[in-house]
Design a protein around this ligand. Structure first.
Ligand code: MG
Length: 379
């Protein structure tokens, strides 16, 4: 399908911070995607927690499989709406590169530890990874990605951080948070695909873990509808196959809903260019009904899974590990590799170093520096 006029055309990219001639065989966004896949930070996603700690089981989502699912969902919507699939894929594969070990527990601990030193925010960190922390090219730090991929990676930004970034890069990726304009449709899509992906896969992982039962999830109307429809068609379906079938139907319906609701908005606002998209209200969306149902599912997962005592217990241990690592490196910077230890901004260097760790590397470092195992049966 040809690109729609409101899509991000790679031939009209705002370009890279360090200008480079176009690649002969790839579009600018394909090139971004390839740079991300070959980065060190991308490989680390294999061993980073999504919800369940990496050592708790081999079949739970990790940041890597989560990112692949976001890319899959996003690309299928992009294809149908005439958006640029490669840009969606690039943003999806990069969107979680800044996540700390141990998921949100790690981020909260780092943010607290850096309270007086600028704090820590994983979206901003994803941008730092692709702009600075990856070091693999001779002429510049970072991956030198296009404006459009970087814009999609920075999906949230506080006003204070936006002003700071804007001062460093006037008219850059933070400008929209100051002007309250929208990013490209590809960025809007990847953001929604992220939410669709984790709502669905966290039901699956929650049931796999035994912390949720299928009956319990049926309290969520959105899930119950597809669960009941699957059972009506296959009365003997049970257990994991029933769960998979219900989730599959739910995902399909959510994708169709996004496509229909977005088409209606595109008809209404008739954007003729990416510039029109940026100035319009958010155009990529659920219908009102699906947005409400999706919120119900999200708050169910918050109450019954993310705040489950067993998850909270793991997360609290994980926070202790991160706090202990921060204290150890601040006290003895030379325990970090020289390119971190010798930086003048020690707090930020410690945050960058810890944020880059996989769960298991963080546990090994914790054991090495404190002599105490952090979990009963790690690794
Ligand atoms: Mg995500």
């Amino acid at each position: 399908m040809p690109l729609a006029p409101y899509a991000s055309d790679p031939a009209r990219s705002r370009g890279r911070r360090h200008p480079q001639p176009p690649a002969p065989t790839r579009s600018e966004y394909q090139r971004d995607r390839d740079r991300i896949v070959h980065s060190t930070a991308f490989r680390r996603l294999v061993y980073k927690t999504q919800v369940f700690l990496n050592h708790e089981g081999d079949l739970y989502r990790t940041r890597l499989t989560h990112s692949l699912e976001v890319a899959q969902l996003g690309r299928s919507v992009a294809r149908t709406l005439g958006l640029d699939e490669d840009l969606v894929e690039a943003i999806a594969l990069a969107h979680d590169l800044g996540h700390t070990p141990f998921g949100h527990a790690g981020q909260d601990a780092l943010n607290e530890a850096l309270r007086d030193h600028g704090g820590f925010e994983h979206n901003l960190q994803s941008l730092r990874v692709v702009d600075q922390l990856e070091q693999r090219y001779p002429d510049y730090d970072g991956l030198n990605l296009t404006f459009e991929t970087r814009e999609g990676v920075l999906k949230h930004c506080s006003p204070a951080n936006a002003r700071r970034l804007e001062a460093l890069e006037p008219g850059g990726v933070a400008r929209r948070f100051i002007e309250s304009t929208q990013p490209s449709l590809e960025a809007q899509l990847t953001n929604l695909a992220d939410e669709i992906a984790y709502n669905a896969h966290d039901i699956d992982d929650g049931v796999r873990s035994g912390l949720l039962s299928i009956e319990q999830v049926c309290a969520v109307p959105l899930f119950a509808r597809f669960h009941d429809a699957a059972l009506a068609e296959h009365p003997r379906l049970a257990g994991r196959r029933l769960l998979f079938e219900a989730i599959r139907r739910m995902l399909t319906q959510q994708i169709y809903d996004v496509i229909d609701a977005t088409r209606a908005r595109l008809d209404r606002y008739a954007p003729q260019s990416v510039e029109d998209v940026r100035l319009a209200p958010p155009l990529l969306c659920f219908s009102d009904a699906m947005r409400d149902e999706s919120r119900q599912l999200k708050s169910f997962l918050m109450r019954h899974l993310y705040r489950h005592p067993r998850v909270m217990q793991s997360m609290s241990r994980a926070q202790d590990v991160v706090h202990a690592l921060v204290a150890a490196y601040l006290d003895r910077p030379s325990e970090m590799p020289p390119d971190f230890a010798q930086r003048p901004d020690l707090h930020r260097a410690v945050a960058d170093y810890i944020a880059g760790m996989t769960d298991r590397f963080a546990l090994r470092e914790h054991a090495r520096l404190t002599g105490a195992p952090a979990f009963d049966s790690p690794l």
